[in-house]
Ligand binder design. Structure first.
Ligand code: SDX
Length: 436
């Protein structure tokens, strides 16, 4: 909750003093409320990248970047990955509480009923050139859902948000699996009513009429863990996009489509695919220190993908769990992935190197994830799709929180550094000249 301002910040501008309320939340960062700044001083704040700016009030996730803590609706991720499944977390994020037995049955039924994609949407896959990245396909098809399904906007919010949330979470999972099957030229596998959310996804990805897929319980458990860990992360880039686009009262599908596009960037969710490409390059080259030197060089664009974070100043708590799951799962399936050894060596070198230590650059959620996806048989161009599937409930939760809070349309100001007024006589009248 937002506590009444107990204190004020005094801003001195020339001989003027302006009192600005200091806002404290339940815990974490306090903020100086500058919503009256321009009216009182004619000035605005400047914070490119918004690293020092709270864009909203939210009660969905809490991150302590200094301590490396992440909680969903107050529950630490370490508890959630041990005790619940991904669909429980999806419900938790959207509704604020874990589902009771009856709520869970209803939500699970909705996920099942809405697991089938509209058959006409299957033709979309034929229009994408072979080799299209599944993130581009997914973003396009989710946007198209607005033409096939009832609108989900402020008005429909009063209706059952569950069915909208379930539809997005469930149909998009089917879309993702269909996109994969299409990319390898295999017939699509339909969702089954008798399988759980994660088991259904794995079956749709890997089952085939000629080679039945054995759904290993440990792989299903692991996918639940990975989806839970990626489900939300407060005001990250793609969630900020979702909240911004949603503030214009755009329907939910277009909002999610924009979130997917933002997530696909290599500095954001696209990093999990970039990490594997980097580890393979380092492994094949053999000189790991050369790449560490490149990552530190100012004149080199190379960065250690999967390292660093805007908020965490220590290990990303998700990376700590995923690294341990890597060890366990690869041992279980007797898989010896040389890229895991490379990852371990890179982590060991970087976490002792003053360049990384001084800048507080540690492995983030993307550093080890790809090793697990590889071991599960997920192709590299689907890694970021996995991130997107997991983040769907987080995006829906933030969209619902934002649109339900009466947020104004997001419209920041700027500091203009362009040309001064250009005189009329400097603008050549091209309508009467020979240029055209
Ligand atoms: C995600 O925000 C979220 O919550 C996102 C996410 C989520 O769950 O939604 O957690 C998911 O996106 C994780 C991040 C995945 N991206 C990567 O792994 C890409 C590699 N990381 C970097 O590009 C970078 O660390 C960012 C983009 C993640 C964060 O960038 P910042 O906060 O803007 O930091 P910066 O670029 O200002 O870097 C500060 C310094 C710079 O050096 P100096 O100018 O001080 O000398 O650290 C250096 C940077 O050059 N630096 C790195 C580095 N990351 C930062 N140097 C080498 N390798 C890196 N990876």
């Amino acid at each position: 909750m937002v506590k009444k301002p107990a204190e004020f910040a005094i801003l001195k501008i020339g001989d003027r003093e302006v009192k600005l309320p200091i806002i404290a939340g339940t815990e974490g960062d306090c903020g100086i409320d500058v919503s009256s700044l321009r009216k009182e001083t004619g000035m605005i704040t400047v914070d490119p990248g918004l690293g020092n700016t709270a864009a909203c009030y939210s009660s969905i996730s809490y991150i302590n970047g200094e301590k490396g803590e992440l909680r969903y609706r107050g529950i630490p991720i370490e508890e959630l990955v041990k005790k619940v499944q991904f669909i429980d977390v999806a419900y938790l994020l959207v509704h604020g509480e874990l589902p009771g037995t009856e709520e869970r049955r209803k939500f699970s039924d909705l996920l099942n009923v809405d697991s089938l994609m509209h058959e006409d949407m299957r033709h979309f896959f034929d229009l994408f050139p072979q080799g299209s990245h599944p993130m581009h396909i997914l973003s396009t098809m989710i946007n198209a859902m607005a033409s096939f399904y009832p609108n989900v906007d402020l008005k429909s919010l009063a209706d059952d948000i569950d069915s909208s949330c379930a539809r997005v979470i469930s149909i998009v999972r089917t879309m993702a699996a269909f996109a994969y099957k299409k990319s390898i030229g295999e017939p699509v596998v339909y969702p089954r009513h008798d399988l759980s959310y994660c088991a259904n996804f794995l079956n749709m990805m890997f089952d085939s009429p000629v080679k039945p897929y054995h759904i290993h319980p440990e792989t299903v458990r692991l996918l639940n863990v990975l989806f839970i860990l990626h489900a939300d992360h407060e005001q990250n880039c793609s969630t900020t996009v979702v909240r911004s686009i949603g503030s214009a009262q755009v329907n939910l599908y277009a909002t999610i489509s924009a979130g997917i596009s933002a997530l696909s960037g290599p500095l954001h969710g696209g990093a999990n695919q970039a990490v594997i490409e980097m580890l393979r390059m380092i492994h094949e080259d053999g000189d790991i220190n050369k790449f560490v030197r490149m990552a530190k060089a100012k004149d080199n664009a190379f960065r250690l993908m999967g390292f660093g974070h805007r908020v965490y100043r220590t290990f990303d708590p998700r990376a700590v769990i995923i690294r341990q799951e890597c060890e366990n799962y690869l041992n279980l399936i007797h898989c010896n992935d040389p890229l895991l050894d490379t990852a371990h060596r890179l982590e060991e070198i970087a976490t002792k190197d003053p360049y990384f230590v001084d800048r507080q650059l540690y492995p983030n959620v993307d550093f080890y994830t790809g090793i697990l996806y590889r071991a599960m048989g997920i192709p590299e161009n689907m890694f970021t799709v996995m991130f997107a599937l997991a983040r769907l409930p987080g995006w829906v939760a933030h969209w619902k929180e934002m649109i339900g809070s009466g947020t104004k349309i997001v419209r920041p100001r700027q500091i203009y550094i362009g040309k001064e007024l250009v005189a009329s006589e400097e603008v050549e009248d091209r309508n009467n000249s020979k240029i055209i």
